[in-house]
Design a protein around this ligand. Sequence first.
Ligand code: SAM
Length: 260
Amino acid sequence: MNKHGDAAETVVFARADASCAAREWAEAQAGVRVVSGEPEAEDSPVLLLDGGGLALMGNGQLLRGDFQKLLPRTIPNKLNGELLVKAAKLKNVPGPLTAVDATAGLGEDAFLLAAAGFDVRLYERDRVIALLLGDALRRSLEDPALAPISERMTLFAEDSVAALPALETPPDVIVLDPMFPARQKSALIKKKFQLLQQLERPCADEEALLNAALAARPLRIVVKRPLKGPYLAGQKPAYSLEGKSIRYDCIVVPRDGAQG
Ligand SMILES: C[S@@+](CC[C@H](N)C(=O)[O-])C[C@H]1O[C@@H](n2cnc3c(N)ncnc32)[C@H](O)[C@@H]1O
């Protein structure tokens, strides 16, 4: 793979068990070249297409987007207890509610919001992460249990700092979760997370991200932070919801006649 997304071409190695649909999807992605066969031993992670879909391979790990594992959390009384859903739900606003996940990653937060009924636009600026997310969405649309949820998710492989101020219709909610230091405990998750971290750049300009979100004029901005982490760009929220290790800071943006 040419080094993580910025150069013109991203190589995907397709194993023999990759489905035709997956291969066609990968070939249709801008800037992607699909090569049959196994990657040679590489120092840096490579993209691999196999029977399970698109994966990032490195550190002896395969990392792929996986919405299936989130299904147990979408059972209604569990979902309504999700801190993110509590932070994002708006009262007295006619539905369907709309959300933008401006830092989509592998789309897990966006999937929970879509399960809670939001129409979600997902922005992911890293090309490799956006490909992994795009493939997870492709697979989920083929799965009858996931499709009713993922049909409400639309991916844009773009930088949200540029895209948000240009949105024609203000979304109801914007979620921001720029990278912060690793929070997972298990050694296995840590290894996979490290693989992802090789691609993610730490948020260099928190103010630009927050200002872009404000420029899109949502009713609420929900910022995911480590429990003891500082406020994004130093912006004090209206209130916060706290979990065991995560905190959601809720910034309320007044808009005519509606309540954030
Ligand atoms: C911590 S991860 C988000 C994880 C996500 N909340 C989830 O549930 O899977 C942060 C992601 O935001 C992306 N990102 C950061 N700044 C961005 C921007 N300005 N536009 C689009 N994506 C951005 C990074 O590339 C990274 O994939």
